[in-house]
Design a protein around this ligand. Structure first.
Ligand code: AGP
Length: 608
């Protein structure tokens, strides 16, 4: 995933591009660059590193006369993350500049052809072919040239392109990777995501797949790949720019952890009737279709997969439907048995994860009903699914998912209860009891957040600890998996999430003094079993930390107990994961890590 920004208008162009890129840095940050169009020349500034490194290259004065410009922050896919491979890329004559997000799958064939025609390449990237393809077309208007590129290039891509000879024109194109236009007054913006231009305008146009957009300071024209005009549909962005800022917190991740009570309340809002039943009319799926379902598949990646794990328990327990869960990148390759009676649920906070998109596309091709669960309105997943259930966590900038995870848990609990209701698998009274408990979750999470200082104190002993296990059974298992993933990705320490009962079949050999073992024991029907498993870890020298419900007598197995409010099984996953997010956060910051931008990771993974 990479971030693209473009601008045409009267402001100093670098003053739009560079801050815009800084707002997109969460999309990739191994190199950055800008290209400015001065009419008689293009200047390109780019280097490995972050936007702050790029700023060092900028000599404002010599660049102030630019008419338009494009910028890019990169997460490497083809070619090492060095300055040469940083975007923008130019053609041989330095007349065309291109920034690209995604992968051009047939780049090697295209490149070979261009080299045969005499073009010389400077980088190892797939993206550079676009600049040379346009150069090769000669005197074709830029928008038409980009349409031709889109017709030849295979794969997922978003492009922003400009040409020296058309300084007042910026052209964008999209297939698979996100692209939005910000419409201003006498100026226009192009970006991978809204925060790039939100300080300038709230009016935006989503560029759909296989569309090319031509921006001038005073116009936005959209076409399909044949050049047929398409009326741009304008939306107003209704969230604040401040929502995408840190709001006084030292990091986005901490801010987002603290936003969870609000995010959960928003995700529940309007989805519970006065009689305590789940209302998901927004899905617009006929009840008969849902009653005809005989099997459910949930596909997702990373943290979203942990939400899928919880969903399996919830749907099987409440709706009495068999559920299979799959890591999305594995789904298609095992030949799953799907048909029109299968419901496939794709969970992806970004709605852009290519593995999850490919899995749901595969499911739709088999005639299955697809529900997407996404945090991003109008994301690719939202648009490709038959129905969509939005989590309402607001923008999440920190690479490590926090509020999008807890809201996914809540959304999947709502969906599980809704399926149970529609299929008559559960008594309305039982739904009411659970839903009433769900409405308490925001306050309960708030109370867990108040233990942050105690968790920070606890974590001080473990700044140099290198080995952790996170264990749980049943509903506590996905929580343990998520606790381990959080610690791995932001603190760079080995942390294994494991089913507590499975430890004795091998991994227990790794337990010795110095290993920290975190056990989650909030699921009432397995807590005694998990506690015995924790005794086994203690006997081998592990330091034992338990996440347990208030008032639960966990005996004396634990060296430390972190308390969370008591609640029904499965719903407790939402509160139980919060101390583990805080634990990972405090350990990582004590180790001096950049928790918002962990190494090697990107917020959205749009490559297979
Ligand atoms: C979570 O902290 C990770 N950044 C990662 O595992 C993420 O959950 C995964 O890449 C899936 O992303 P998605 O929800 O946007 O599809």
């Amino acid at each position: 995933m990479c971030g693209i920004v473009g601008y045409v208008g009267p402001r100093p162009v670098i003053d739009v591009l560079v801050p815009g890129l800084a707002h997109l840095e969460y999309r990739g940050y191994d190199s950055a660059g800008i290209a400015l169009n001065h009419g008689n020349s293009l200047s390109v500034l780019k280097r490995a590193g972050r936007i702050a490194d790029l700023r060092l290259l900028i000599d404002q004065e010599s660049l102030d006369d630019a008419i338009s410009g494009i910028g890019h922050t990169r997460w490497a896919t083809h070619g090492a993350p060095n300055s040469g491979n940083a975007h923008p890329h130019v053609d041989c004559d330095r007349g065309v500049a291109v920034v690209h997000n995604g992968i051009i799958e047939n780049w090697a064939v295209l490149k070979e052809k261009l080299i045969g025609a005499g073009h010389e390449f400077e980088s190892d990237t797939d993206s550079e072919v676009v600049a040379h393809m346009i150069e090769d077309m000669g005197d074709v208007p830029l928008a038409e040239a980009v349409r031709r590129v889109m017709n030849q290039a295979e794969g997922a891509l978003a492009l922003a392109v400009m040409r020296r000879s058309e300084p007042d024109v910026l052209v964008g194109a999209r297939r698979g990777s996100p692209l939005v236009v910000g419409r201003g007054d006498g100026e226009n913006f192009l970006a991978s995501d809204i925060p790039a231009f939100l300080e300038h305008t709230r009016e935006m146009v989503v560029v759909d797949d296989d569309r090319v957009v031509e921006l001038r300071a005073d116009s936005v024209s959209l076409t399909d790949l044949e050049g047929n005009a398409i009326e741009p549909v304008q939306h107003k962005v209704d969230w604040n720019f401040e929502a995408a800022e840190r709001d006084g917190y030292p990091t986005f991740m901490l801010k987002e952890i603290y936003e969870q009570p609000h995010a959960i309340a928003d995700t529940l809002a309007g989805r519970v009737s006065p009689t305590g039943q789940v209302v998901l009319d927004e899905l617009e799926i006929d009840g008969r279709m849902l009653r005809a379902i005989d099997k459910v598949f949930v596909v997702a990646c990373g943290t979203s997969y942990h939400a899928a794990m919880m969903a399996k328990y919830a749907i099987e327990r409440w709706a009495r439907l068999p559920v299979e869960i799959d890591i999305a990148s594995e789904f298609r390759y095992r030949d799953p048995v799907l048909d029109s009676r299968s419901l496939v649920i794709g969970i992806s906070q970004s709605g852009e994860t290519i593995d999850t998109l490919a899995a749901v596309r595969y499911a739709r091709a088999q005639g299955s009903l697809v529900i997407g669960v996404s945090n991003v309105v109008e994301s690719a997943l939202a648009r490709e699914a038959d129905a969509v259930l939005y989590t309402r966590a607001g923008p999440e900038i920190g690479v490590a998912a926090t509020k999008t995870f807890t809201t996914q848990l809540v959304a999947m609990q709502l969906l599980g209860l809704y399926l149970a209701q529609v299929r008559g698998a559960v008594d309305p009274g039982a739904v009411e009891v659970l839903v009433t408990e769900m409405l308490r979750l925001p306050d309960q999470v708030e109370s867990v957040l108040s233990t942050s200082d105690a968790i920070e104190k606890l974590s001080r002993d473990w700044t140099d600890t290198r080995d952790y296990f996170f264990l749980g059974r049943s509903g506590d298992f996905p929580v343990a998996m998520e606790g381990a993933l959080k610690l791995k990705e932001i603190a760079y320490v080995r942390a294994e999430g494991y089913a507590a009962g499975e430890m004795k079949h091998g991994p227990i050999a790794l337990i010795e003094e110095g290993v920290v073992v975190v056990g989650v024991v909030t699921d009432s029907h397995v807590r005694t079993k998990t506690l015995s498993n924790m005794e086994e870890m203690k006997a081998r020298g592990g330091t034992i930390v338990l996440v347990a419900e208030e008032g639960d007598d966990v005996g004396n197995v634990a060296d430390h107990v972190i308390r969370v409010p008591a609640g029904p099984d499965l719903l407790c996953t939402v509160t139980a994961v919060v101390p583990l997010q805080l634990l990972a956060y405090h350990i990582a910051t004590a180790r001096g890590m950049d928790v918002d931008k962990p190494r090697n990771l990107a917020k959205t993974v749009t490559v297979e």
